[in-house]
Design a binder for this molecule. Sequence first.
Ligand code: SAM
Ligand code: SF4
Length: 443
Amino acid sequence: MSENKFYNIITYGCQMNEHDSERLAGMLEEMGYQHTEDFANADIILLNTCIIRENAELKVYGKLGELKQYKRENPDLIIGIGGCMMQQDEPVDEVYKKYRHVDLIFGTHNIHHLPDLINKIEETRDRVVEVWDQEEGLIPDLPSQRESEHSAWISIIQGCDNFCTYCIVPYVRGRERSRPVASIADEAARLAEDGVKEITLLGQNVNSYGNDLEKDVSFPKLLEELNKIEKLKRIRFMTSHPRDFSDELLKQIKNLDKVANHIHLPVQSGSNKVLKEMNRGYTREYYIDRVKKIQAEIPNASVSTDFIVGFPGETESDFEKTIELVKELEFDMAYTFIYSPRSGTPAARRDDQVDDQLKKERLNRLMYLQNKISYQKNQKLIGSTQEILVTGASSNDPEVFEGRTSTNKICFIEKREDLIGKIVKVKVDAAKSWTLEATIIEE
Ligand code: SAM
Ligand code: SF4
């Protein structure tokens, strides 16, 4: 046991990484470490990295440079770096050679080895590198130090088999491996007993869940199973791949009372030419049909999406197709990204890369349009009744509390400590593009 020892974990990237960091924190706490915000007081600092776009990588190198001073002041400090960046040879070499103050390098497939790796460093004071190329079975159930008492992530499928031509994820997270239903259901039931009201099921493509398990296991069936857990109030999931978003899944979202009315369905582009070159496996027409079906079957559901602008060879008319799609489908929300070439992916090797300035202009046009649509959609909610799970103080203003609607919209309410962790009915009074303001009408 490590007494009076402290750790900090810096996380970059998506919910999977945040969830992995909760597991890293869980293991450190089991070893007796306590969390600290103060780097000068830390005995271990871990960086959990992301490699999805170039700017994510640059931030990591910047942070590593900044941490050098803490190592200088406290030579016993252990600095470790893990996550998706460390599954690639180049960044590992770069960190190992140029950042001599880093003691530990580990990958995404061996996070459960963290205690052994730390013990090894403490015993030998040698630098340790352990990056597995492949997963050795599923990462076992690990203790988790959750950020929130009332919401929790549950990983249901790891890896990705889709190989979209721009994306590095399949190379750093490996092939798809689904977790058995019983293991997920046990974890969800345990969390619910602990007071968790809302779970978010995580996977790069949750719709492929079960393809590698027995014949009758599927994502819609998993939802049905989890919906039976009495103390659980809400089930969210992300991400859905449009190609695999089935009518059966739509039916479950509509019929199962705990499944939230929010679907994140990344489209990436509105141009059939670009979609084909991205290897997305669907056409613009198919995608529009899916979203219109969702909107018809569940009129109050929200649909959000992801876009990449400036994919190699994207012409003005390809980009216009994206703009038209946004106007036609009126998403509630969208994450918009500038295409970032990732070494080792097919799209990065193309010689028709789009000019950086043009990419930025397209991004701005798309964001401007989407902000306007999100604002208009939220304005229509004024006067409506919503159910929100109150999570606590807003990060911007401790005097204001917040929660999320079933449709995943952030909703501000008055400060009420007694409502934290409860689902309450509110009436929406005001709305902006990304947030709502509301009055509590029923507790
Ligand atoms: N598996 C999910 C999917 O297919 O939608 C999400 C994976 S990724 C973590 C989240 C988003 O990052 C993608 O939907 C895509 O829009 C974006 N992304 C992935 N690779 C990118 C790249 N090379 N450049 C810019 N954006 C990228
Ligand atoms: Fe990347 Fe495509 Fe897999 Fe999503 S589905 S993680 S974008 S390869």
